[in-house]
Design a protein around this ligand. Structure first.
Ligand SMILES: [Zn+2]
Length: 393
């Protein structure tokens, strides 16, 4: 059977690697960069505006900074940003920010040169023309700097589209840990647990290959060790660097394999209760592992041994090590309390809606055991029971 594997053309990593931006852009033949940023990177403490000008001057590169994105990107954001990119006459798009910023930059790079294309055509194109694209993540979570997908909300019908094409993988990713040391403790946990879920789901997917397994296992090892350190001491540059590498490896793994039920159920929960993506996935991950642990016992046992080499036991016991580790991380990072802050209203009648939305999205058919309506209902039931222990009302 022929298998495919795609990843960014070049990856610069290590503290201070943003300094390579000008060289990287010049190497792609760029003259003027359209730089999509989260507004937070322009203010203290990163204060990147002056630094970017200084960095690019040495290669005589022009720049236009776009910081108009609030929240997750929509089709309206894309239209506005594409217009601004066309006005600037940029010949290269750069993203500096979290997954939403990188996804917006992906869409800008495509629609600036294909104004008449539709989102639903992208996956079927033989070749996807776009402007050169460089991604610099400032969170260690989505892995979007290495993935072939983007998530854009269609404002007309109110749904999230996630078109995929290998041409959406950025040409260059720059993983500079200095840009992530100021990430808040809660977002370090949410985005880090999202990255862990990407790697675990990629490893458990029916689409997993030898190559996606390699990146998934590396990611799980890096993240499980570095995330507690980065959470407790945000300024630890070594832990931040490992998190960025782990998150990028996890992105490569799931982009070439898939995410599964924790993402399908997490997306539905996140959309209903307006919570950060990583938090919604972290809340569901233990219950999804519990559901699939028998069907994937051998793989979960291998993960258990990787996570705790000292542990000994039967295959079923080693699989439980994985479940316990994920639940313990949620306890340690106060994930349940954070979930209770969002799920604070009565949820009578909500579960059937969540189940319907989860079944309608991606991440159902690639599970080793394909869940039905009843299975997903039980998973949400368990989550809401758990959350009720933490609710103040
Ligand atoms: Zn995710």
């Amino acid at each position: 059977m022929v298998k495919e594997f795609h990843l960014p053309g070049s990856i610069y990593h290590g503290a201070g690697s943003l300094e390579k931006l000008a060289d990287a852009a010049a190497g792609l033949g760029a003259h003027h960069l359209f730089i999509v940023v989260s507004s937070s990177v322009l203010s203290e403490p990163l204060n990147l505006s002056a630094r970017l000008k200084r960095l690019l001057e040495k290669e005589n590169l022009g720049l236009t900074i776009y910081s108009g994105l609030k929240g997750e990107p929509t089709t309206e954001h894309v239209k506005e940003a594409v217009n601004r990119c066309l006005e600037s006459q940029a010949d290269c798009v750069v993203a500096i920010g979290g997954g939403s910023v990188i996804d917006l930059a992906k869409a800008v790079s495509v629609f600036t040169v294909n104004p008449d294309r539709h989102y639903d055509e992208i996956h079927s194109l033989k070749k996807l023309r776009r402007l050169p694209l460089i991604a610099v993540p400032t969170t260690a979570g989505t892995g979007s700097e290495a993935t072939k997908v983007m998530v854009i909300t269609d404002v007309e019908i109110g749904t999230k589209m996630n078109p995929g094409h290998p041409g959406l993988i950025p040409d260059i990713a720059i993983l500079d840990s200095e840009l992530t040391v100021t990430l808040a403790q809660s977002y370090t946990a949410f985005t880090g647990m999202d990255a862990l879920a990407h790697a675990m789901e990629a490893y458990l997917s029916t689409r997993a290959t030898e190559m996606s397994d390699y990146f998934a296992l590396q990611a799980i090892q890096l993240i499980s060790k570095a995330l507690p350190i980065a959470f407790n001491k945000g300024s630890d540059l070594e832990a931040r660097e490992k998190m960025l590498l782990g998150s990028c490896f996890a992105g490569i793994a799931f982009s070439n394999s898939s995410t599964n039920l924790a993402h399908a159920t997490g997306r539905a929960l996140g959309a209903r209760f307006h919570m950060p993506h990583g938090l919604s996935v972290a809340l569901l991950l233990p219950f999804v592992i519990e559901y699939g642990i028998k069907a994937s016992q051998e793989r979960y046992a291998k993960l258990g041994k990787l996570l705790n080499p000292e542990a000994i036991g039967t295959e079923a016991e080693m699989a439980q090590v994985t479940l316990k580790m994920v639940s313990d991380l949620n306890d340690q990072f106060h994930i349940w309390e954070a979930g209770a802050d969002y799920i604070n209203q009565t949820h009578e009648g909500v579960i059937p809606l969540l189940v319907g939305n989860a079944l309608a999205g991606n991440g159902i058919l690639t599970n080793q055991e394909v869940p039905d309506r009843n299975d997903i209902d039980k998973i949400y039931q368990k989550l809401f029971n758990k959350i009720s222990e933490y609710s103040v009302c």
